[in-house]
Write a protein that binds this ligand. Structure first.
Ligand code: NAD
Length: 252
């Protein structure tokens, strides 16, 4: 894969991308590695996919390790960063990407659905920020992955959008707390992207309808998201914090 930034742009930096065995997270892990970073490919269940991702990165001359941690568990989150420090000796960038989405009308949402979404998407993101900040120094970066469905009123998305609303608010609230440490925190909110999370359970007709909601009439691809994330992780983004960047092809 071509580096988005030059191949040494992130040399010497360590990046943790949560949930990066597939989808958008995998593409970000590959892009960081191609730009010189040491990358932690985090997974919870899919060890084989995580190991394949690491192998692909290493085959391209990059540095990566796979570390298992369920981002719903605070103990696992803390262990993820401890192991990252053991492997690479430092932490510079956290991308909070791990997430789940199940769309259901209000009447069908169960307590279990609600808790599962909030426990991973909101609580996991929050406590990963807390654990990462112990290790991040001046120039540290946190990028939280939100969603552009927050801007709409799509039926069935209430719980999922609620979790990402929390993520965007954490991002804003933490900006001034982390600024004195020289750390920026921002969110990237993709529109619909061609991944299993988006495609699962949708008919061709639903996908075509959603595809028609952006300016370009095609579905977003994982590589459409990585540039914004790498930019926010770079030194060039030092004056940007507390913001959400909607990376969605004009999805509305
Ligand atoms: P995906 O399902 O392909 O990837 C999600 C990743 O999270 C997977 O690697 C999965 O194994 C991991 N994960 C799930 N539960 C986990 C847990 N408990 N602990 C650690 N990792 C876990 O989905 P994706 O589309 O690549 O989504 C990535 C992020 O982007 C999510 O936060 C999602 O909400 C967000 N997003 C996706 C879209 C889209 O249309 N695909 C749009 C906007 C935002």
């Amino acid at each position: 894969m071509n580096p988005i930034f030059h191949s040494g742009a992130f040399a010497g930096k360590t990046v943790v991308v949560t949930g990066s065995s597939r989808g958008i997270g995998k593409k970000m892990a590959q892009a960081f590695a191609a730009s010189g970073a040491n990358v932690v490919v985090n997974y919870s269940g899919s060890q084989q996919q995580a190991e394949e991702t690491v192998q692909q990165i290493q085959d391209q001359g990059g540095q990566a390790v796979a570390i298992r941690a369920d981002l719903s568990s605070i103990a696992d989150i803390r262990a993820l960063f401890d192991q990252t420090l053991e492997q690479f000796g430092r932490l510079d960038i956290l991308v909070n990407n791990a997430g789940i989405m199940n769309t259901l009308p209000l009447a069908q949402v169960t307590e279990e659905d609600f808790d599962r979404h909030f426990t991973l998407n909101a609580k996991g993101t929050f406590f990963a920020c807390q654990a990462a900040v112990e290790h991040l120094g001046e120039g540290g970066r946190i990028i939280n992955i939100s969603t552009s469905v927050i801007g709409g009123m799509l039926p069935g998305y209430s719980v999922y959008a609620g979790t990402k609303g929390a993520v965007e608010q954490f991002t804003r609230q933490l900006a001034k707390e982390l600024g004195p440490k020289g750390i920026t925190i921002n969110a990237v909110a993709p529109g619909p992207v061609n991944t299993e999370l988006f495609l699962e359970g949708k008919s061709e007709q639903q996908i075509a309808g959603i595809t028609g909601m952006n300016a370009f009439g095609r579905l977003g691809e994982t590589e459409d998201i990585t540039g914004a994330v790498l930019f926010l992780a770079s030194e060039e983004a030092r004056w940007i914090t507390g913001q959400t960047l909607r990376v969605n092809g004009g999805f509305n």
